[in-house]
Ligand binder design. Structure first.
Ligand code: NAD
Ligand code: TYD
Length: 339
C-alpha cells in the first residue's frame, strides 16, 4: 500500500506520518508538502531515514508538479492534510486560503482521476458547520448539520468539501471526508492556542486571551485523530462524511488556567485582548456515526492529553524555539501589537 500524505510536515499530517509508519511496516508513506511557514522538516526528522518514507517539496496547487509525483509514485491512497489552517491569518490574507485549500484540493483530485487511486481522503474541520450557542449545551454538530461558515478559513474548507463531494457524484471518485474538532499534542505550531500558551507561560510572557475567554472548543488528542483517519481510509464508506471529536469541551479560559497550573505559573499572566472578528462561540462534535459504523472511540482524556502535551513541549524545546525565534517572531509581534 502506498499513501501520499499531503501537508505531512505540518502538525496533524506529521503526526499521521509517524503513526502510519509505526503501525504498518509494509506501507510506503510519501509526504508531499510545500514547506510553508507551518511546514517543518524537524517534525519529520524521526522518520527521515525510514526506507518506507519519502519526501517531496511541492505545492498541491502546482498541477505539473503534482502530476509528476503521481506519475512516478502511482499511489493507492491520498490523504490531504495540506492547508492554510490558521483562522487569524485567513482574516489578514484570505487569498492564499482559497489558493491552497480550494484550488489545491481540485488539483489533487484531478491527479487522482488521471492516474487512478483507491481512495481520496479529505481532512476537513468542524468549523465548516459554523458555531453553536453557549446556552444550548444539548446541541452538537452531526454530519447533517448545514454548512454555515464564519471565517475565510472555514469558508475555504467548506468549499473544498463541496468540491470533493461533487467529484464523487460526477466522476465517481472514491472519496471520504472527515470533519474533526480542535486537535492538540506534539508538533503543534505555536501560533495556535495551546502551544502558544505553553510557550508564553514558560517564558513568563503574557497569555493573550481573546474577548472574555468564554469560547468553547472540543479538544481531541492528535493521535486519536490519526487513528480515526486510519479507520476511515480502510473501512469508511465511499462518499461519506465522518465527524471526529471526543466530547472534551473546555472554554479557552479553562484551558489557559490548566496550563498555568500544570506549569506552576500565576494567573496574573493572563491578558484579555481584543476579540477575533467573527469569533465562533462553541464547537462540539457528535461522533456517533464513526463510533457506530467503525467502532472508533478517542483514547485520551483531556486531563491526560494536556499533561502529555506539556511534557512534550518541555522535552522538545529546540523544536518550538527554532520556530518562535525565526520568521514567526515578526507575525507574533505584528498580530499581538494590534490587540
Ligand atoms: P498546519 O498548518 O500545522 O500544517 C499544514 C501543512 O500543510 C504544513 O506542513 C504546510 O507546509 C503544508 N502546506 C500548506 N500549503 C501547502 C500547499 N499549497 N501545498 C503543499 N503543502 C502545503 O495544519 P494542521 O493543524 O496540521 O491541519 C492539517 C489539516 O487538518 C488541515 O487541512 C486543517 O484544515 C485540518 N484540521 C485541523 C485541525 C486542528 O485543530 N489543527 C482541526 C480539524 C481539521
Ligand atoms: P486556535 O488555536 O486559533 O484554533 P481555532 O480558531 O481553529 O479554534 O484558537 C482556539 C481558541 O483560542 C479560539 O477560540 C481563539 C482562542 N485564542 C485566544 O484566545 N488567544 C490566542 O492567542 C489564540 C491564538 C487563540
Amino acid at each position: 500500500m502506498k499513501i501520499i500524505v499531503t501537508g505531512g510536515a505540518g502538525f496533524i499530517g506529521g503526526n499521521f506520518v509517524h503513526y502510519m509508519l509505526n503501525k504498518y511496516n509494509d506501507y510506503k508513506i510519501i509526504c508531499l508538502d510545500a514547506l510553508t511557514y507551518a511546514g517543518n522538516m524537524e517534525t519529520l526528522e524521526p522518520v527521515n531515514c525510514n526506507p518506507n518514507f519519502k519526501f517531496y517539496k511541492a505545492d498541491i496547487a502546482d498541477r505539473e508538479a503534482v502530476y509528476e509525483i503521481f506519475e512516478k509514485e502511482k499511489p493507492d491512497i491520498i490523504v490531504n492534510f495540506a492547508a492554510e489552517s490558521h483562522v487569524d491569518r485567513s482574516i489578514d490574507n484570505p487569498g492564499i486560503f482559497l489558493q491552497t485549500n480550494v484550488i489545491g484540493t481540485g488539483v489533487l483530485m484531478d491527479a487522482c482521476r488521471k492516474y487512478g487511486i483507491t481512495r481520496y481522503h479529505q481532512v476537513s474541520t468542524d468549523e465548516v458547520y459554523g458555531d453553536l450557542p453557549l446556552d444550548r449545551p444539548d446541541l452538537f454538530f452531526t454530519e447533517n448539520t448545514p454548512l454555515h461558515t464564519s471565517s475565510p478559513y472555514s469558508a475555504s474548507k467548506a468549499s473544498a468539501d463541496l468540491l470533493v463531494q461533487a467529484y464523487h457524484r460526477t466522476f465517481k471518485l472514491p472519496v471520504t471526508i472527515s470533519r474533526c474538532s480542535n486537535n492538540y499534542g506534539p508538533y503543534h505550531f505555536p501560533e495556535k492556542l495551546i502551544p502558544l500558551m505553553i510557550a508564553n507561560a514558560l517564558a513568563d510572557k503574557e497569555l493573550p486571551v481573546y474577548g472574555k475567554g468564554e469560547n468553547v472548543r472540543d479538544w481531541l488528542y492528535v493521535e486519536d485523530h490519526c487513528s480515526a483517519i486510519d479507520l476511515i481510509i480502510h473501512k469508511g464508506r465511499v462518499g461519506e462524511v465522518y465527524n471526529i471529536g471526543g466530547h472534551n469541551e473546555r472554554t479557552n479560559l479553562e484551558v489557559v488556567k490548566i496550563i498555568l497550573k500544570e506549569l506552576g505559573k500565576s494567573e496574573d499572566l493572563i491578558r484579555y485582548v481584543t476579540d477575533r472578528p467573527g469569533h465562533d462561540m462553541r464547537y462540539a462534535i457528535d461522533p456517533a456515526k464513526i463510533h457506530n459504523e467503525l467502532g472508533w472511540l478517542p483514547e485520551t482524556k483531556f486531563e491526560d492529553g494536556i499533561k502529555k502535551t506539556i511534557k512534550w513541549y518541555l522535552d522538545n524545546k529546540d523544536w518550538w524555539q527554532h520556530i518562535i525565534n525565526g520568521e514567526y517572531k515578526d507575525y507574533y509581534e505584528k498580530h499581538y501589537s494590534r490587540k
